[in-house]
Design a protein. Structure first.
Length: 289
């Protein structure tokens, strides 16, 4: 096998899918799609999307793995999958779910309208729903399905209903997860999280983020320890490690390329950092997968 064919095989093994690749009808719009998920489904190969997904489970069993965490699929759940998150799943025979695929452009308009950044919701991609909330979300998703069946589609209505779903899910997540309420009551921690997500490749010191927030590194550490029981550096290291795992699993980049892309000038230093965070080297992590 030649070098070029090996590289091509890698690209096929770790794909990033666009929303157009899931179109059932050629005339379907590439900003939003609806799909029914009925019965057993298996996706063994890790992959990621460049779009956002709401997946509402009426009935469900199995495992949905999102960013290296296994989530049990249950009745009356909603699963959120963000652009660039790596996932696989094994869904049981009883599965009945309703899926909205939403383009990055539309997703970003939702994000800008929420009180808290959508970055925070990536930590809680699965939300168990009350019967009342499930019913409300089911109604809105089916209203979108019906609208998409009309010719012509009124996209302003589809987008408004999609935004309403996003608002309801965000409110439900904030009720259920303690750290979400902390970010609301301590907005400086929300700002810190957002800054880290934007700059973790270039900036890896607590002092940089403290200066951006006009506070001392010591005070930022105190806030992080008090509310999350971890030092402020943990968030930076955790974000770097997550991105490294994503790239090792769902890209064909070499370890050297990944280390440089994450802001490490020395691949050996990156390998030591990664092993310190995960107990395995980058090469071992990739081989295990």
């Amino acid at each position: 096998m030649t070098k070029s064919s090996r590289q091509q095989k890698k690209k096929e093994q770790y794909p990033t899918f666009g929303i157009r690749e899931f179109q059932i009808e050629l005339e379907a719009d590439d900003s939003l799609q609806y799909h029914d998920i009925i019965g057993e489904r298996l996706i063994e190969k890790p992959h990621k999307h460049d779009f956002f997904i709401f997946q509402l489970f009426e009935k469900g069993s199995g495992i949905h793995t999102i960013d290296f965490v296994d989530y049990k699929v249950k009745d009356s759940q909603i699963h959120l999958l963000f652009p660039d998150q790596v996932h696989t799943w094994k869904l049981g025979k009883s599965t009945r779910a309703f899926q909205l695929m939403i383009s990055r452009r539309i997703y970003e308009s939702f994000s800008s309208s929420l009180d808290l950044s959508y970055i925070l919701y990536q930590k809680h991609p699965v939300v168990n729903l009350s019967a009342e909330m499930y019913s409300k979300l089911h109604y809105e998703i089916f209203a979108i399905k019906k609208e998409l069946q009309k010719k012509p589609v009124q996209w302003s209505i589809v987008n408004l209903r999609s935004r309403l779903i996003a608002e309801m899910v965000s409110r439900e997540a904030e009720k259920k997860f303690k750290d979400m309420s902390i970010y609301r009551t301590k907005p400086i921690l929300h700002q810190y999280y957002t800054l880290v997500d934007a700059h973790f490749r270039e900036q890896k010191s607590v002092s940089f983020y403290a200066s951006q927030l006009n506070i001392t590194p010591n005070y930022l550490n105190i806030l992080s320890q008090r509310h999350f029981n971890v030092p402020a550096m943990f968030l930076i290291q955790n974000r770097i490690t997550l991105e490294a795992k994503r790239l090792l699993q769902a890209s064909d980049k070499s370890i050297k390329e990944i280390s440089f892309g994450l802001g490490f000038n020395d691949p050996a230093y990156f390998s030591n950092f990664f092993k310190g965070q995960t107990n395995v080297s980058p090469r071992e992590f990739r081989e295990q997968l």
